[in-house]
Design a protein around this ligand. Structure first.
Ligand code: HEM
Length: 467
């Protein structure tokens, strides 16, 4: 507690969100439309308690509250929540799920693999995978007809993750890794988090059986790759970087089991989030033709009609960069983070009870009218030099798509490179048109997803042909 807090009067209980049902509170609303519920709650306060029947959860929406939980009092806000328990079953003790000294050691070992100069080498793979996808579209989607852009972006980023992480081609449709990952990540994780209760894994329900089978498939494949790699030559991928890395302080490196957990973690954390941002950004651009025209012009100026899209060229695309920053403001790929407040706290003058759960939501905080003019508007100029996002005196945590503090996303540089390389390459070669039906409806899954997909048609750019 800070000195100022100690001298003020007793902290207040946060206001209770008015809008749920008797007894079960806002639980059905959360299942039906979590994003809508969070926005409605924010209208009743920046720190507000939501009743979910068996428990109350406090939404911390103000930038100061977010900073308190992620940075200044971070040790008091732990990942002992239902969602993380489910993820631990899948990911083991990787960077996303572990805590305390174990996490710190893993983070120190992994950090060098994510430095900007190490990641830069992956741009070639990102472009090649995008080219392969466009070439495939030449036989399918470019012949006309609607398709789901969200699904395509999932396959694209999954393949990029497979190649950059393991030097393994992971095609969702043709590889066992892809199919098992899709089963676990897309079909099971969120479903399990939102179940009212979960039967132990030892009970052979169809869902548990599918989970165990998919997990064994992944374990066998990933551990197999790790063992072969130990016996053979190093490859230019993240796995080799993680295998070679040692803790600066202790000199230790990772065991096979830890490597397996980290590889699974990076697959999960890395591919779905980036795919979500690519899909929604394509949709936002197609809904804002004047912004799309400006992006195309920038890409054209930097790369021409056929030039490669590499690290150097995307660094010369400030407008494209601002487009992604703004798209992640409006539709942050990770719209909700949950934490347990261990010892209780005082946040913005409100008391947070010990052992209670809190929500931090980029989706909500990025819409606070106090910090964002006309927050519903998609306007990339906010993030250009001199735009409102860079104005002096603004609180840092009015914007946190990659979280912040010690648990900030380790893959942010990777993600931003992947977003720009893939998008610039696509827009260099094709044009997308969104369709009125089914309506694009963002919803909370593990990442933000479109409930009925993102239907679009695609055509060749007038000036260029796909790879
Ligand atoms: C646009 C894409 C991405 C977004 C918006 C994003 C966002 C986030 C957020 C909000 C967290 C914090 C989660 C929490 O504390 O509860 C996180 C953590 C993490 N992310 Fe990302 N992420 C993205 C891409 C990636 C990529 C590409 C990778 C890896 C290649 C990655 C790896 C991780 C890892 C390992 C963590 C855990 C870090 C730690 O706690 O030490 N992410 N990410």
């Amino acid at each position: 507690m800070t000195t100022t807090e100690m001298t003020t009067t007793a902290p207040l209980r946060p206001p209770l969100f008015q809008g749920g049902l008797p007894f079960i509170g806002a639980l059905p609303w959360m299942r039906r439309d979590a994003l809508g519920l969070l926005l409605a709650a924010k209208e009743q306060g920046d720190v507000v308690q939501i009743n979910f029947g068996v428990r109350k959860i406090t939404l911390l929406a103000s930038p100061t509250a977010v900073e308190r939980a992620l940075v200044t009092n971070v040790k008091n806000y732990v990942k002992q929540t239902r969602g993380y328990a489910v993820m631990r079953k899948l990911l083991g003790n990787g960077l996303v799920t572990s805590e305390g000294n174990f996490w710190l050691r893993q983070r120190r070992i992994a950090a060098p693999a994510f430095h900007r100069e190490k990641i830069a080498g992956f741009a070639v793979t990102m472009q090649r995978c995008t080219d392969d996808m466009l070439a495939r579209w030449g036989q399918t989607h470019l012949q006309g007809g609607a398709f789901d852009v969200d699904k395509e972006m999932m396959s694209l980023t999954m393949r990029i993750a497979g190649l950059t992480l393991l030097s393994t081609d992971v095609d969702e449709n043709t590889s066992d890794v892809g199919a098992a990952l899709t089963e676990l990540v897309e079909r099971q994780v969120f479903q399990r988090v939102t179940l009212p209760f979960e039967l132990p894994m030892s009970v052979p329900t169809p869902m548990n059986r599918r989970f165990t089978k998919a997990r064994h498939t992944l374990d066998d494949i990933i551990l197999g790759i790790i063992r072969t790699r130990r016996a053979g030559a190093s490859r230019p991928d993240l796995l080799s970087m993680l295998m070679d890395a040692t803790d600066e302080e202790t000199g230790e490196s990772m065991s096979d089991r830890q490597l397996r957990d980290e590889v699974m973690t990076l697959f999960l954390a890395g591919h779905e989030t980036t795919a979500s941002s690519l899909g929604f950004t394509l949709w936002l651009l197609s809904e804002h033709p004047e912004i799309e025209a400006q992006v195309r012009q920038e890409i054209q100026q930097v790369c021409g009609e056929q030039g490669d899209v590499d690290v150097g060229s995307v660094m010369r695309m400030p407008y494209l960069d601002a487009v992604f920053s703004e798209a992640m403001r409006v539709l942050p790929p990770v719209p909700l983070l949950a934490r347990r407040c261990n010892d209780g706290d005082v946040v913005d003058g409100f008391a947070i009870p010990p052992q209670s759960l809190v929500f931090l939501s980029p989706y909500v905080t990025h819409r606070l009218a106090r910090w964002w003019k006309n927050p519903a508007r998609f306007d990339p100029t906010r993030f250009l030099e001199g735009g409102e996002a860079h104005q002096e005196g603004r609180p840092k945590y009015a914007y946190f798509p990659f979280a912040g503090g010690p648990r900030k996303c380790i893959g942010d540089v990777f993600a931003r490179l992947e977003q720009k390389v893939c998008m610039a390459r696509m827009l260099q070669r094709v044009r997308f048109t969104s369709l009125p039906e089914p309506k694009v409806e963002p919803m909370l899954a593990v990442s933000i997803r479109a409930r009925h997909g993102i239907p679009m048609t695609v055509a060749r750019s007038q000036t260029a042909s796909p790879a």
